[in-house]
Design a protein around this ligand. Structure first.
Ligand code: NAD
Ligand code: UD1
Length: 336
């Protein structure tokens, strides 16, 4: 089956392209390269021995998308393309609503014209807003604390309403917890442009000497060591969750939401310690004030995905830090 991967040269999309190929699908990629590099295509070929069809362009470009969907007989869309920086979304909300919401609506209209009735959407645990209870299950109330998060809430709403109005439409929203790690080959990983916002790439850049020290945002939370606790999930587990969800629901319709997390929380200091052990080096850090918008703890109840998709995360913390370190040492500045 031919499928389109939007944002397929980005961090999670590129790993999913490999998994889809290995599962027997034929993925075609569209990416506007706003947060990725065409060099990822070479890495994908290196890892799989296969060259993938790639279109440089925007998912909101109706003519281009019609051409791709019809020329390649696309039967499903894995939709990763989005802007994803929380802080930037507060400064430039319109750019986020246009790219993440308006362009997704435009893409759904093009899909409707071409008879494509399946979508897997990259949602986020950010749709749970400030946790009212832990672990977070899919029934937790939906909310957000920033424009990026609201774009995920809005697209989920659009997908639910669209499925309700179109009995053949299938939409699967996968709510990721904290994706980390890299491809075990060391040839593909996350290469954020500029200063990383997220913990794992920041630690990796500190370990390799690009950053002097890690700022730890608060050590006075109500957690086992005072630093924030999150549910880190290896990108390879995340992508196997996409394949499992699509395989299970491919003949279904309606809206389905799943948490993709491990259910296990680790603190910032746990992550520093695990990374130090993988990199065999001390990671310098300073304790700083709390970051606005952060909560003490956040982790998943992933039992719905286990029961219905027969999926669970298999990679432990050591493989998350080992794989990130291998990628970071191979490509300290990312792919250029
Ligand atoms: P990423 O930035 O590495 O990948 C997104 C890709 O989409 C980039 O290659 C970018 O160039 C492309 N893109 C953006 N807008 C586009 C457009 N209009 N048309 C075509 N291409 C476009 O991000 P990622 O970490 O791989 O995240 C993938 C998805 O998962 C995003 O939707 C993100 O919001 C979601 N998500 C990510 C995380 C995370 O921590 N990485 C957590 C939860 C959810
Ligand atoms: C952040 C976003 C979330 C988004 C997710 C994935 C915020 C408030 N939340 O989640 O919406 O879905 O990224 O992109 O931005 N930390 C440090 N020092 C650092 C970086 C992080 O101590 O330099 C700490 C944080 O305080 C937190 C933990 O590390 O306790 C994880 O942070 P991060 O990787 O940014 O993820 P989240 O905040 O969980």
């Amino acid at each position: 089956m031919n499928v389109l991967v939007t944002g397929g040269l980005g961090f999670i999309g590129s790993h999913t392209v490999i998994a889809l190929h290995q599962a027997g699908y034929t993925p075609v990629i569209i990416d506007n390269l706003s947060n990725s590099s065409e060099a990822v295509l070479t890495q994908l070929s290196k890892i799989t021995g296969h060259s993938f069809e790639f279109y440089r362009g925007c998912i909101g470009d109706d003519a281009l998308m019609q051409q791709i969907l019809t020329d390649h007989n696309i039967e499903g869309v894995f939709h990763f393309a989005a802007l994803k920086a929380v802080g930037e979304s507060t400064e430039q909300p319109l750019a986020y609503y246009r790219n993440n919401v308006s362009n997704t609506v435009a893409m759904l209209e093009t899909m409707a014209k071409c008879g494509v009735e399946r979508i897997v959407f990259s949602s986020s645990a950010t749709v749970y807003g400030d946790p009212q209870y832990l672990p977070l299950d899919e029934k937790h109330p939906i909310s957000s604390t920033n424009p990026y998060g609201w774009t995920k809430v809005m697209v989920e709403r659009v997908l639910q309403d669209y499925c309700a109005a179109n009995e053949k439409m299938l939409a699967i929203a996968l709510r990721y917890f904290n994706p980390v790690g890299a491809h075990p080959s060391g040839e593909l990983g996350e290469s954020p442009k500029g200063i990383p916002n997220n913990l794992m790439p920041y630690i990796a850049q500190t370990a390799v000497g690009i950053r002097e020290y890690l700022n730890i945002f608060g050590d006075d939370y109500d957690t086992h060591d005072g630093t924030g606790v999150r549910d880190y999930i290896h990108v390879q587990d995340l992508v196997s969750g996409h394949v499992a969800a699509f395989d299970v629901h491919v003949k279904d319709s309606g809206f389905h939401a799943y948490n993709l997390g491990t259910g296990q929380g680790y603190s910032v200091l746990d992550m520093v310690k695990a990374f130090s052990s993988s990199a065999q080096t001390e990671i310098a850090y300073k304790i700083c004030p709390r970051r606005d918008g952060d909560v003490a703890s956040n982790y998943a109840d992933a039992s719905k995905a286990r029961q219905i998709l027969n999926w669970h995360a298999k990679h432990d913390l050591k493989s998350m830090t080992d794989d990130t370190w291998r990628w970071q040492t191979n490509y300290p500045k990312g792919l250029e």
